[in-house]
Design a protein around this ligand. Structure first.
Ligand code: FAD
Length: 474
């Protein structure tokens, strides 16, 4: 019989749960990707690196499927309409897809399943984007974990080669169905434009993901030492590939897991990060209200942030006068990526120095991050804002200057994104305003800095933040 595999955030054709099951059970398997207007029309900026990344990755995937005698049907429209229509036109009995755990995606899949069922067709959903999903890792009392370390321990205790095994898709690839080729819609057809993605050293698609991972495997031994320094190539840069499934989480975790068995410290810490990813997906699954903007801890839901709009704009545009914050925000604006250490620094700065609601920052990241993933982004923001599960306690407030001195000691990262400060010494560059560099600070000395003075005083704002939290947590 015929089946249709509907790809969403799993843009690859190897080690793929839904594709494997469809190919194993059916003799003619069609594969489709829909550029979903329900998602794309909501994007206000029509130069979006993610859309271009998807476009490039989908094109690569189509070629790969064609080389195996199959094809990829690529459409632009409402997925909730196009999938049932396609299923009908292709006369398939079943539709296969990998699970997406975001509440909005769950609702979409329920709508599609309902329409398909009216046509007497079934939608089959599989675990694919995580190692453990939903309620697979629970406390002894059967509750979802709210703290990471015990969750991680339970996760690692359960993890074994069974869960890490690749789906051998190629074994059944002769069941791929070919279709009369239809031209793939261009970015312009869909109302989008090219971005600077091609100028960035970010390889796309399955091939790009494998390249990045091979490169990272040479460096994984040093991950635990190097991962906190944004000027060093210490991390994997695989987040966008995990976001769009151009590489399998099982492949990554299996390689890391094997290295951990051999005592590789870098791999232990990196595997931890992959487990954080699972953790936030499971948190979201059990707390769908997070997608409605709720704080994980209800007593922190209604903190009265003053939300100064001018400060928010300064933060967004990278002109707060705090070099490490500005360099990070400019990295985000120029590339769509931001180093994890800096995500923590700018998030803390927005909430606890500028006293702006974490939801504003969360939304800005959601627009700009190429690897934007609701679960991890919400988790990261609520961690920094102390409103989340296993979050920083509210009285732990990053000092942007000491973070900068510690993690970008020579100002290498700052100089890359804030070239106005290039001439400053390695000491001055973290806090050009600081009194210790001159009696009244560099600005009063009339230094020709095309760089703003700090928008706020950290020590003062810190007190304000403590006050705000202390008096308003319900
Ligand atoms: P590596 O250090 O190589 O880590 C490998 C992978 O582990 C990552 O690709 C990612 O999938 C996962 N991972 C690492 N750290 C985390 C974490 N803290 N939470 C969940 N997964 C993690 N990550 C996203 O993928 N999408 C987001 O939208 C996102 N928003 C964030 C917002 C804030 C405020 C913070 C503090 C963190 C956010 N993160 C997000 C987590 C983390 O910053 C990125 O995953 C990481 O910087 C991506 O770079 P990498 O792939 O080189 O990471």
């Amino acid at each position: 019989s015929n089946a249709l595999v509907w790809l969403r955030r799993d843009l690859r054709d190897d080690d793929h749960a839904a594709l494997y099951h469809a190919l194993k059970r059916h003799t003619q398997v069609y594969v489709a990707f829909i550029f979903d207007t329900d998602i794309l029309d909501a994007l206000s900026d029509k130069q979006d690196r993610r859309v271009e990344f998807i476009w490039e990755s989908v094109r690569q995937l189509q070629q790969s499927l064609q080389a195996q005698g199959g094809d990829l049907i690529i459409l632009h429209g409402r997925a909730t309409v196009e999938i049932p229509r396609l299923a009908d036109a292709l006369k398939v009995t079943d539709v296969y897809a990998n699970k997406d755990y975001e509440p909005v995606a769950i609702a979409r899949d329920e709508a599609v399943a309902a329409t398909l069922s009216q046509q007497s067709r079934q939608l089959h959903l599989f675990k694919d984007q995580v190692l453990f999903e939903q309620s697979e890792v629970m406390t002894q009392a059967g509750k979802p974990y709210g703290v990471f370390t015990p969750y991680k321990n339970a996760h690692l205790a359960k993890l074994n080669t069974y869960y890490l095994k690749a789906y051998p898709v190629k074994k059944y690839s002769h069941h791929l169905a070919s279709v009369a080729p239809e031209p793939m819609p261009t970015l312009e057809d869909m109302g989008f434009q090219r971005t600077n993605l091609a100028e960035m050293r970010l390889p796309t698609g399955m091939v790009g993901a494998q390249q990045l991972f091979a490169d990272f495997l040479h460096r994984i031994d040093h991950y635990h030492d190097a991962r906190n320094f944004p000027a060093i190539k210490g991390v994997s840069y695989l987040s966008v590939h995990l976001r769009f499934g151009t590489i399998s989480i099982r492949q990554l975790a299996h390689a890391a897991w094997q290295l951990t068995q051999a005592g590789n410290e870098g791999a232990v810490i990196w595997l931890n990060e992959l487990i954080w990813r699972d953790f936030y997906f499971q948190v979201l699954f059990h707390r769908p209200d997070l997608q409605q903007g709720r704080a994980y801890k209800p007593e922190y839901d209604a903190l009265p942030f003053p939300n100064n709009e001018a400060w928010f704009s300064a933060w967004c545009e990278g002109r707060t006068g705090f070099p490490i914050v500005d360099a990070a925000m400019r990295q985000l604006n120029q590339t769509g990526y931001m180093h994890n250490r800096l995500r923590m620094v700018v998030a803390s700065f927005l909430v606890k120095d500028l006293l702006i609601d974490w939801r504003w920052g969360e939304r800005y990241f959601a627009e700009k991050l190429i690897d934007f993933d609701f679960a991890a982004n919400n988790g990261g923001w609520q961690w920094a804002a102390s409103t989340g599960c296993d979050a920083q306690p509210y009285f732990r407030i990053f000092n942007p200057q000491s973070q900068s001195e510690k993690f970008d000691a020579q100002g290498k990262f700052i100089r890359k994104y804030v070239p106005e400060l290039t001439a400053l010494s390695d000491q001055q560059i973290h806090a050009p305003w600081a009194e210790k560099f001159s009696k009244k600070g560099l600005f009063d000395k009339g230094l020709p800095l095309d760089y703003p003075p700090p928008v706020v005083d950290h020590a003062q704002q810190r007190e304000q933040a403590l006050h705000l939290y202390k008096n308003n947590v319900k």
